[in-house]
Design a protein. Sequence first.
Length: 373
Amino acid sequence: MKIIGIEIIPVRLPLTEPFVISYGTFPDVESALVRIETDSGHTGWGEATPDPHVTGETFGGVVETLKVIAPALLGRDPHDRTAAMRAVDARCGGAPTAKAALDIALHDVLGRITGLPVWALLGGRARDHLTISRVVSMKAPDAMAADAMRHVAAGFRTVKLKVGDFNNPRQDVQRVAAVREALGPETRIKIDVNQGWRTSGVAIAAARAMAAYEPEYIEQPVDWRDLEGLADVRRACGLPIMADEALHDARDALRAVQLRACDLINIKLMKSGGLLGALALNAIAETAGIVCQVGTMVESSIASAAGLHLALALDNVHTVEMGGPLMLAEDIGPLRNHYNRDRVTVPSGPGLGFEPDEAVIARFAGQRTWIRA
Ligand SMILES: [Mg+2]
């Protein structure tokens, strides 16, 4: 069995409301879809949703990178995923988001060939369903409290607050205080700084001031390059620290373990280069006693489904944030139907478990690139 064609389709999907975090405001999701075709007539879908602030890959850049690396899959048997991804790696260093699209598509097509859901290819179920938290964009404190109340009323038991104002960290503390006051003691609150406090000095002071509001953890308080600073914050602030932007792959995880830089790791397929890279990363984390979360760049149904299959399969994954399908005004798959309040069931059909909506994808047909043997 051989891969005989790969199609690259850049799409732009509107969000229900702009997503606001410390480094930007995003009105829509830019995503490069990938479709793999085999000589047996099977197809598999993948998705690259770049965040230039995290991996340095832009929307246009990911499309161009895919044109360079995707031909490495031509003629390969999709059963041999590791060898296929090694061939992809040999064409281009880095570029984990572009590679994630190919890795996801390989898993989807192999699942369809074998009749197995992706979670079964990854080791089987560690649990029977997932519980997710809902993200609250960075706004004025009272507006964030109102958004958080809305999410709790919709059935979410954990909210994640986006903060990270380097010039006014005191207002970040007010944001957390306002949300805690509005929600009471029962709802869990997670804090994501998205590097916004930049330095460990600012981060330690801000995190200590937030401790009274009992956050579950503080995510990525300092610049992504500063793992030593992250370790300083962890030692000084007394709250669990999660690494996100600072940690992309297994190699980064090894360094974080050596530096004792974090208590938790946010795995994202767009950072790890896909599912195989995520398995390697998780193996290091789990061995070192570091718990993982499966997070997202705000992805459509395809990459979100891949993340959900991963989260279902890994015993070491304790929290899940695959909320992309809930934030999209238009999606290319039906994943939203698998969300009920904060509970998500993972599709159980072969591969990712659903067929993308060809009618939505057809709107972007003009931008398609075909790569054929
Ligand atoms: Mg984050």
